[in-house]
Design a protein around this ligand. Structure first.
Ligand SMILES: CC(C)(COP(=O)(O)OP(=O)(O)OC[C@H]1O[C@@H](n2cnc3c(N)ncnc32)[C@H](O)[C@@H]1OP(=O)(O)O)[C@@H](O)C(=O)NCCC(=O)NCCS
Length: 184
């Protein structure tokens, strides 16, 4: 696998993914703790990110964005050595929202999962209230599989469901045939 994977085609916003380093973790933690992101994620301790950088089953990436390819977000894949070829997009956070960076990073993540890591199934879950993320994943070809009811506690009381979505290799290949995915 190359160290940095870029998305410049499909008229997408410019992003590049590179492995996260220890020196990036302050940035990662600050994004997780940003009140704009907190409703949608469960932040990790630094030690969990440190482990994710090192553990072979995980891939932790910085999303570099914009003309200068500065750190603009991060994403984490888990299950990369899963015997069932089922890889999870554990988390994706982008600092400057609604500029297309999340969509571009997702396309690169799909390419890494299917082309480089040999996924048969690429899946994720999101809080049901996360309409932006759901819209993005649906429009990028992820299929709704179902809901885990009352799966996460809300800060202000009550619970939210987790929505599970996935894409299978055959669906990815079909989309690529229609030029909806990054080329191999
Ligand atoms: C989810 C996230 C990664 C998406 O990245 P992004 O760069 O903001 O997304 P993009 O700009 O690439 O695309 C967002 C799309 O959702 C659309 N959108 C925005 N708000 C929406 C809403 N409330 N409902 C439906 N769609 C919405 C946008 O219009 C855009 O679609 P378009 O390209 O057709 O216009 C980012 O917003 C983020 O970091 N959110 C907080 C953390 C999070 O929720 N992560 C996902 C779960 S781990």
């Amino acid at each position: 696998m190359t160290n940095a994977v870029a998305a410049d085609s499909l008229h997408a916003a410019r992003v590049r993914l590179r492995p996260t380093m220890q020196s990036d973790l302050e940035f990662v933690l600050s994004l997780e703790r940003d009140p704009e992101n907190l409703p949608y994620i469960t932040p990790w301790e630094r030690i969990q990110h440190e482990a994710a950088i090192r553990f072979p089953d995980f891939r932790h990436f910085i999303i570099e964005t914009g003309a200068g390819l500065e750190p603009g977000g991060f994403l984490i894949l888990i299950g990369c050595r899963n015997p069932h070829a089922s890889i999870e997009l554990k988390r994706m956070v982008v600092r400057d929202k609604d500029q297309g960076f999340g969509r571009s990073a997702l396309r690169v993540a799909k390419k890494i999962a299917f082309d480089d890591l040999g996924a048969h199934r690429f899946w994720l879950d999101i809080k049901k209230r996360n309409a932006r993320a759901r819209g993005l994943y649906e429009s990028e070809g992820f299929v709704f599989e179902g809901e885990l009811r009352d799966a996460v506690k809300l800060d202000r009381g009550g619970y939210d469901a987790l929505v599970v979505m996935s894409m299978l290799l055959g669906e990815f290949t079909q989309r690529r045939g229609r030029a909806l995915e990054l080329p191999a």
